[in-house]
Design a protein around this ligand. Sequence first.
Ligand code: SAM
Length: 212
Amino acid sequence: MQEAWKFDEKVAERFDREAHMHIPNYEAVVQKCVAIAKRAYPNTTNPKIIDVGSATGYTLAELRKAGFENVWGVDNSEAMLERSRVQEQLILSHAFPKREGPFHMVLANWTLHFIMERRAYLEDIRSSLREGGILILTDKMTSTPFIHERYHDFKRAMGVSESEIARKQASLVGVLETLPLEWYFETLKDLEFRNVSVIDAAYCFNTLIAFK
Ligand SMILES: C[S@@+](CC[C@H](N)C(=O)[O-])C[C@H]1O[C@@H](n2cnc3c(N)ncnc32)[C@H](O)[C@@H]1O
């Protein structure tokens, strides 16, 4: 039986390459987050921004490059945090670090789909956002087999082998749980987020923006 997926030292070591090869629009979504932060806070010195599931800190580093200094990361994997490009203001936690709020902006890209208590996590994010604060989230969402296969075509085009595609898919069973796009719209609205919109979509991955 395939071993279950874990963000351990082995994954941490190969994560940067893997993110670009396995996640469609990875770079585009990161750059959209940076661009939105710039537009949303042109006059706020150092808006407080947190990346949920900050992993090896690619997004944190891009935000720092753009001039944002009050940038935080939270991840529940020590191995990932050890390899983070940015080492300041990192929090090792399975739960959202509410005590560090309020935040102007919360990014949660490719992370919430690993969290089974997703609604409760989103509730904690909302309560830790400032009024008018922004949430951007990206998850793999439930799709048809046809669309899922096109996602695998993307991996193939990036040079990922059939055996690697099959191995990863098997290892994620019970670890990454998809929910339909409708669930996100309904839940975000139910939690009183406003103006929920899709800002990026690629096969089974959707990026949503929502405002408190
Ligand atoms: C695919 S990576 C996210 C990539 C990252 N956002 C980026 O922009 O490069 C998913 C990350 O979520 C982390 N993670 C999974 N469950 C978590 C939880 N409950 N709390 C915090 N981090 C979690 C994993 O350790 C991993 O580093």
